[in-house]
Design a protein. Sequence first.
Length: 383
Amino acid sequence: MTEIHGTVAPGFEAVRDAFAANWELQGEVGASVSATVGGETVVDLWGGTATFDDGERDWESDTIINVWSTTKTMSFLCCLLLADRGELDLAAPVATYWPEFAANGKEQIATRHIMGHTAGLSGWDEPLTMDDLLDHDKLVALHAAQAPWWEPGSASGYHAISQGYLLGEIVKRVSGRSLGTFFADEIAGPLDADFHIGTGPELDHRVAHVIPPAFGLGQDPDAAEIDRDSIAWRTLSNPATDAAFSSTIPWRRAEVPAAGGHGNARSVAAIHTLTANGGSVGGQQIISPDGLERIFDVQAEGMDLVVLGTDLRLGMGFGLPGPMLPLPNPRTCYWGGWGGSLAIVDMDLGLSFSYVMNRMESSLTGDLRGAGVLLAMYGALAG
């Protein structure tokens, strides 16, 4: 039986049990789970093994790993913080801050369209390789010149990778800093949170490798049946994403604000403690409560054009309770990462919950491991 390390507060033992059960029932390899309630840590657990360049090691308290799209939640906070300070108008045309972006019919696309996956820029016209994902300037220049793939604002289409470059360029134009630097200076640094968008060499010894899923994005075994002209195919197959690339040094060093963040459940939960508690953590007011309320400005509802068959309700960046994830409280927001990582913020309960692991599933929409631990968390809070 896998040894589980860390602590749980009295009354939350069922969360530990559900976490431990993942090794017995769900093929877990290495993972961490953390939760805060009202700003206090009630769960901080880790266990299993992590794979490194020099062989297999235990998953330690300070192990960090690429969390894929859970990174997006950090990018959302950067934009919400700039908006809260009056430096970024989420409803203003992006071209207000990035004039080149107005080309090819994009004059009225606003930051809120990018935050809500409705901008029509879920991918690129030009064929790309994985190495191109390391070149921020190339990708934003391509998008500045490109026409949207559907009428902006009319529907969501998951901007799986592109969202981060777009938001990153907006943050850079507004603040003068890259999104990774802005995040480190204004959010992670003040909170002393071990989460990084652009990971330096001093952290390499703590970075676990992901265990890739059975197939990568754009490598679906049923791809022969997919329309090659569809928005879904054009988004997810260019480039076809190999999860193993995230274990390379160039990927770690790059800032990929939609998919390249490195952290663990403790750091994700610590950052979203401010989201769950009116922007305040440990006496520090990072963002105002009104600034966070923008999360619940609904940007899209209905079937997504990229994640086919998925009925999404999207706020300002974050997902909101709806058909895909019918969470119990209305003032709850969430997002997750390819393979299974998860961040849940329940403002009604003051709850920040995160689950991070190394063995990836193929799904973009979560899996039973994080869901089971989350259900145990809500059960403990109810009990």
